[in-house]
Ligand binder design. Structure first.
Ligand code: HEM
Length: 418
């Protein structure tokens, strides 16, 4: 079917579609004909799809009308006990959200993140040099997934030898709709056993157990790391509850790992597909910091959507949304909105201005790790590109079966070093 023949009845935003590709033509049709579109879904009540940049930003900034309290990641309809058990700061509105975020935000400000750069570059060099020595390898496994977890491990205080476990467990959560990554698919009846656990994923329990172990260590032996900070933190004279600690630890592990991995993997694939832009970055490496990293983030949009729930009847772009209905904001669509980006399907590492929303549309939940993630992307390509004269795919890229994460599972490559 060509894009011209596509109708709104053909819109399919299910996981199977994203296992094959990003359906950009469907989002283009939605932006044009039904920018606030009701989508019926097999997994529960349907939801509104918000696909225009301006509407996505408006939804993010109006937390009183578009609340995160009933779940920001789950498209499923959660019962009260599930909401309470699974709630992290991501699933809260101010002021509760602000109190928890305030405990960790200082470690992610632009100024603090700048102090990580030397360590981050050292870690990047180790990862890159080890992988490039292989000549032929899986880019996702050897490069893209290695850096973010190592950076996160340093921040959290996780020993280097345990990062492999966190990768597998985090992948189990994010891959909860992909049979290769989980034994308990989100849509399977068996997942009912895990209904009180984030992502309905058994590996979320492994992350909790690991967090408990690490917290125990740091309770007796505080260090200069995030887990020590959380263990000793107080809000209004109270230590964090076990539920608050667990969900914060899990959120940091999952949010900071898979997302940046995908920006790096997709970023490399995109440069393979756009040699002229690759050469531009090689000739003018300063472009990466000025504009290139933002364009890689726009183009790759690692997080495809998040959810809010309307707290009152409201109109959005002329469409009536009723209190209690789910509103899903599609970053992958907003980042290609023709009204905001000139020639949006052109990958241009010099694009300026670039109002990409890969990290969210603003408001209190704007990605905590945005500065860190961007630095990781910048440093990774600053270290990779000068070392290579060529890279080619030696097999197909394999995608994650997920309409939540724009994920690559495998990307076999051969490189020629400079
Ligand atoms: C390219 C990489 C990344 C992308 C695309 C990304 C994307 C996002 C998006 C879209 C949100 C907004 C959620 C909402 O509005 O409901 C978010 C929130 C968040 N991100 Fe990131 N993220 C990335 C990297 C990171 C990193 C490295 C960390 C580090 C720990 C991180 C931690 C978080 C946390 C904790 C939140 C929740 C913030 C809150 O609720 O206040 N992210 N991210």
């Amino acid at each position: 079917m060509t894009a011209g023949e596509l109708t709104l009845d053909d819109i399919d935003l299910g996981n199977d579609v994203f296992a094959e590709r990003v359906p950009h033509e469907m989002f283009a049709l939605l932006r044009k004909e039904a920018p606030v579109h009701w989508y019926d879904w097999q997994g529960g009540e349907g939801f509104w799809c918000v696909t225009k940049h301006a509407d996505l930003v408006a939804v993010h900034r109006d937390t009183e009308t578009f609340s995160s309290e009933t779940g920001a990641t789950a498209l499923e309809d959660l019962d009260e006990d599930q909401i309470a058990a699974r709630k992290s700061m991501l699933d809260m509105d101010p002021p509760g959200h602000s109190r928890l975020r305030g405990l960790v935000s200082e470690l992610f400000t632009p100024r603090t993140v700048r102090t990580y750069e030397a360590t981050l570059r050292e870690l990047t060099r180790v990862v890159v040099e080890r992988a490039l020595a292989l000549g032929e390898f899986d880019f996702v496994e050897e490069i893209a997934r290695e850096l973010p977890i190592r950076v996160l491990a340093r921040l959290l205080g996780v020993p280097d030898e345990d990062t492999g476990k966190l990768i597998v467990w985090g992948d189990g959560c994010i891959g909860n709709t992909d049979p290769e990554l989980t034994d308990v698919l989100h849509e399977s009846p068996e997942s009912e056993k895990y209904r009180l656990v984030p992502f309905r994923s058994p590996t979320a329990l492994d992350i909790f157990d690991y967090g408990h172990w690490l917290a125990d260590q740091r309770r007796h032996d505080a260090r200069d790391d995030l887990v020590s900070k959380l263990v000793h933190a107080e809000i209004d004279g109270q230590k964090l509850s076990s539920q608050e600690f667990d969900t914060m630890f899990l959120l940091l592990v999952v949010a900071g790992n898979e997302t940046t991995r995908q920006a790096i993997a997709h970023g490399m694939n995109t440069l393979i597909e756009h040699r002229d832009e690759w050469r531009r970055l090689q000739d003018s490496p300063e472009l990466l910091r000025q504009t290139g990293a933002d364009e890689i983030l726009r183009w790759t949009t690692p997080v495809l959507h998040f959810r809010r729930t309307a707290t009152r009847d409201v109109e959005l772009r002329g469409t009536s949304i009723r209190a209690g209905e789910k509103v899903v904001v599609w970053y992958i669509s907003a980042n290609f909105d023709e009204e905001v980006f000139d020639d949006p399907t052109h990958f241009d590492v010099g694009r300026s201005p670039n109002r990409q929303v890969a990290f969210g549309g603003g408001g209190p939940h704007y990605c905590l790790g945005a500065h860190l993630a961007k630095l990781e992307v910048q440093v990774m390509f600053e270290e990779l590109l000068p070392r290579m004269s060529d890279m080619e795919l030696t097999g197909p890229v394999e995608r994650l079966r997920s309409n939540f994460t724009n994920g690559f599972k495998r990307m076999p490559v051969r490189i020629t070093t400079s």
